[in-house]
Ligand binder design. Sequence first.
Ligand code: ADP
Ligand code: MG
Ligand code: MG
Length: 212
Amino acid sequence: MTAIDTAGLKTMFDEIAVAIEADKDRLCQLDGVIGDADHGIAMALGFGAVRDVLAALDLSAIEPTALLNTAAKSFLNAVGASSGPLYATAFMRGAAAVKGKAALADADVVAMLQAMAQGIRDRGKAELGEKTMVDAWQPAAEAAATAHAAGRTLAESLDAAFAAAERGAEATKDMIAAKGRSSRLGERSLGHMDPGAASAVTVIGAMRKGLA
Ligand code: ADP
Ligand code: MG
Ligand code: MG
């Protein structure tokens, strides 16, 4: 049983910022193949802004919901690419899912992940199989929920989420892009991993590290 407070969530965002910064070039390269080569820059700008804003907050004065809403706003303001509103919506939905909690129990973390994945789906209107970050986020959230329901620890549930995200991102290589910029390529998008699915693996891996 864990209880993740605002300090714990800040640690999570710090881990994401470090991991995305380290992955920036690869994500730009992936986006260069089927998009406009800015995905790593966009994600690094977004999570760098979140890290800086959270560093200036008095964490003892706010609840997890306010922290997640602040992260959403900071990410949105920093990112001009499609990933901006997608992750901003994810964090806003995550915030709503944990409203009123001073700290997050395992079930709350799982609910936050599920709300994040649903938020990305709602914002982008992408279904599974359309070669987007949804193909990593949705199976990851489902895997976490299934593991948690089976009595697994938070660490085990986040391990399951990470593994599912990796499989989902890998599977995007065999998909034809149907949403976002790369949908213009049609069948020429085949054979390449979706950059947003790739970065989702990095984000979820860092969340696992930061939370469990
Ligand atoms: P842009 O295409 O505006 O440059 P980014 O490069 O930051 O934005 O992000 C591209 C990623 O965003 C894609 O690889 C895909 O995973 C994701 N994406 C784009 N459109 C959608 C959508 N409608 N729904 C879900 N994800 C999407
Ligand atoms: Mg791009
Ligand atoms: Mg762009």
